[in-house]
Design a protein around this ligand. Structure first.
Ligand code: B12
Ligand code: SF4
Length: 558
């Protein structure tokens, strides 16, 4: 065969979600959902595939979101190995892809990786799927492929040339510019929550992919080569605060040269108890000094701690959120509806408690049992595992069963939660601005020179940027309370930073005009919002053409 390795996502289109939003549009389907015209739109690249291709020493091809025709044309070129990275959600298409490869290229070795592999293993493994698939890779993939192709598994894992994800206001258009770099600092979590796929996938351990020193080196690399376009780094891991030493080392390396803090910050993952413990021991400002600007926090439920979820045992989520906002750290709060301990008496209280935490962004989902998790195994034992199609394995699985609530009710409840957040606190964008203003104040008064001289600059830059949307937010505020809130935030901006500059005033006018136009446009059925469609991209990787500063791939879009 002429070609060694093809890596691909599932073919496109992906299954739909109950909210009629694209699975790859995280801002639309989750984090800013329910914000009327301030619901954002985002796009995602298949970064895990780039991680694999960038760490092998031979040429390969990566396909992102191929349509069937593009996929079958590529298969026809003849590959020794085809690897598909997918989630269970994609498995109907993935199995179809495998059938096609078997038929048209029978010598090709077929690998299926990521959570799709975990699921198939749990549902029968190669005994059941071996006709179509040669291996199910539910482990760290760089090491796996290096082993498979006889390469040194001990070489460092590089992540220098990832395409950037992006998000923006829908009234600016459907194709936001890329400004977010995903970096994989670690995989897996020792937390062992029964519903958690990633903890189960990596056998309740954390596998480090980048040391703190390597991470900072990567950050500097990206900021040197795309100096003006990067706003944040999403550090993919599970619970950074379980590993305080990692964060403290980040803080030390940043302390040696803090200049990047004025340009971009880190979005990390944390749990309530471990964040609180970290802050108790090292101080809240240590979080900001480690470069952290936002944290994804699984609140799950107010009473989750009493039901075996140890990460929620000892501290009050509301207090943790308040402290983080006070120091200028944004939050992405995650709440789950449908734990069996939530009853008709308690579920709404639970939701109101979550909303009272005032998450800057939010994710409200339904408790679901994914195959491969301890939860799914125990339901299976009792003959109560959800019987559903692969495409139902998402955060709102319509076949999850709760003793008191139907799935429809739970789905409506999550939607109600989004509306409640919007009508109580205003758009996520407004909450974001409030946190940046807190950050400016906190940094100014802080004894830490790093926060005063560097982090404050980033808060200022972001506050100015979001301020340009305040007039549009005021125009379309959902109620008088939010209107008042917007007025107060505007005044606070002026008190802290003085009046807006001419450029900011002009941008505000232009944004308001675009927002009005957009609101008018979507009132017509023909122009209503339709889910974001990801474009196809083909990346031809050739390690031979790369240098430390130049990516070793060429991109083709068709
Ligand atoms: C970032 C993220 C997203 C992003 C980007 C996803 C993407 N495709 O790039 C966004 C926000 C768009 C997203 C969306 C969704 N996500 Co998501 N997401 C994550 C998150 C936080 C990190 C994923 C990640 O990048 N991990 C790091 C990479 C490197 O790991 P990896 O993909 O597993 O790849 C490694 C190995 O698996 C292996 N590997 C992977 N593929 C292959 C292929 C081959 C051939 C080989 C050899 C190896 C290999 O090698 C890699 C390196 O070791 C995880 C939670 C987590 N920490 O894992 C949830 C998670 C993966 N998401 C999940 C879900 C359900 C979804 C959605 C269906 C959401 C929904 N609305 O319901 C959609 C589907 C998106 C889609 N592509 O269609 C679940 C999956 C659970 C499950 N069992 O199905 C997770 C685990 C969250 C959770 N705890 O439940 N997600
Ligand atoms: S703490 Fe979070 S990442 Fe860790 S096992 Fe629990 S849910 Fe999963």
């Amino acid at each position: 065969m002429r070609n060694k390795l093809l890596l691909t996502t599932s073919v496109y289109p992906f299954p739909s979600l109950p909210q009629n939003e694209a699975a790859t549009d995280v801002m639309g389907q989750r984090f800013t959902r329910g914000n009327d015209i301030f619901t954002m739109v985002s796009h995602t690249h298949a970064i895990a595939l780039h991680l694999l291709a960038q760490n092998l020493q031979f040429p390969s091809v990566v396909l992102e979101y191929p349509r069937w025709k593009q996929f079958s044309q590529e298969v026809a070129k003849g590959y020794c190995v085809i690897g598909i990275s997918a989630y269970p959600f994609h498995l109907d298409s993935v199995l179809e892809m495998c059938r096609h490869i078997r038929k048209t290229s029978p010598q090709t070795r077929i690998l299926v990786g990521s959570y799709a592999a975990q699921t198939l293993k749990a549902l029968g493994g190669l005994e059941k799927y071996g006709d179509l698939i040669d291996d199910l890779v539910d482990e760290e993939g760089v090491s796996y492929l290096r082993r498979l192709f006889g390469e040194d598994t001990q070489r460092p894992v590089n992540q220098h040339f990832f395409p950037k994800n992006g998000a923006g206001m829908r009234y600016f258009g459907k194709k936001p510019r890329g400004h977010t770099v995903l970096l994989f600092s670690g995989l897996g979590c020792p937390g062992s929550c029964d519903f958690c796929s990633s903890s189960a996938q990596y056998k309740r351990k954390r596998i480090e992919l980048l040391s703190p020193k390597e991470l900072i080196e990567h950050v500097r690399h990206y900021l040197t080569h795309s100096p003006n376009s990067i706003q944040q780094f999403y550090l993919i891991d599970e619970d950074h605060f379980r590993f305080p030493e990692y964060l403290l080392q980040l803080r030390t390396f940043i302390g040696d040269d803090p200049s990047f803090l004025g340009k971009a910050d880190f979005v990390v993952f944390g749990s309530v108890d471990y964040i609180a413990r970290f802050a108790q021991k090292y101080g809240w400002e240590a979080i900001a000094e480690a470069g952290i600007g936002a944290i994804f926090i699984g609140v799950e439920s107010r009473t989750a701690g009493g039901h075996g979820y140890r990460k929620r045992h000892s501290y009050d989520a509301k207090e943790v959120f308040e402290q983080l906002h006070r120091i200028g750290v944004r939050t992405i709060g995650a709440w789950i509806a449908g734990f069996s301990f939530q009853t008709r008496q308690t579920l709404l209280d639970d939701l109101h408690y979550f909303i009272s935490c005032k998450p800057t962004y939010q994710q409200l989902s339904i408790f679901s049992a994914f195959p491969g998790t301890p939860l799914h195994a125990s339901l299976e034992e009792r003959g109560a595992a959800p019987r559903c199609q692969f495409s139902d394995y998402h955060f709102w699985n319509p076949t999850s069963s709760h003793p008191e609530f139907s799935n429809r009710e739970l789905l409506e409840l999550t939607d109600h939660g989004y509306t409640l957040g919007y009508e109580t606190w205003g758009p996520c964008l407004l909450r974001n601005l409030e946190v940046h203003l807190n950050g400016i104040q906190f940094c100014r008064e802080s004894p830490s020179a790093i926060l005063r001289n560097h982090t404050a600059l980033l808060h200022r830059k972001n506050a100015d940027k979001i301020y340009t949307q305040l007039r549009a937010m005021a125009k379309f505020a959902p109620n008088m309370e939010v209107q008042k809130r917007i007025g107060a935030v505007e005044q606070r901006y002026r008190d802290l930073l003085g009046g807006p500059t001419l450029a900011i005033r002009l941008l505000s006018q232009a944004s308001l005009a675009l927002a009005i136009l957009y609101k008018f446009k979507i009132s017509f059925h023909a122009f209503r919002w339709t889910p974001k469609v990801e474009g196809f991209r083909r990346y031809r990787y050739n390690p031979g053409i790369g240098t430390p500063n130049v990516a070793h791939y060429a991109v083709e879009r068709r």
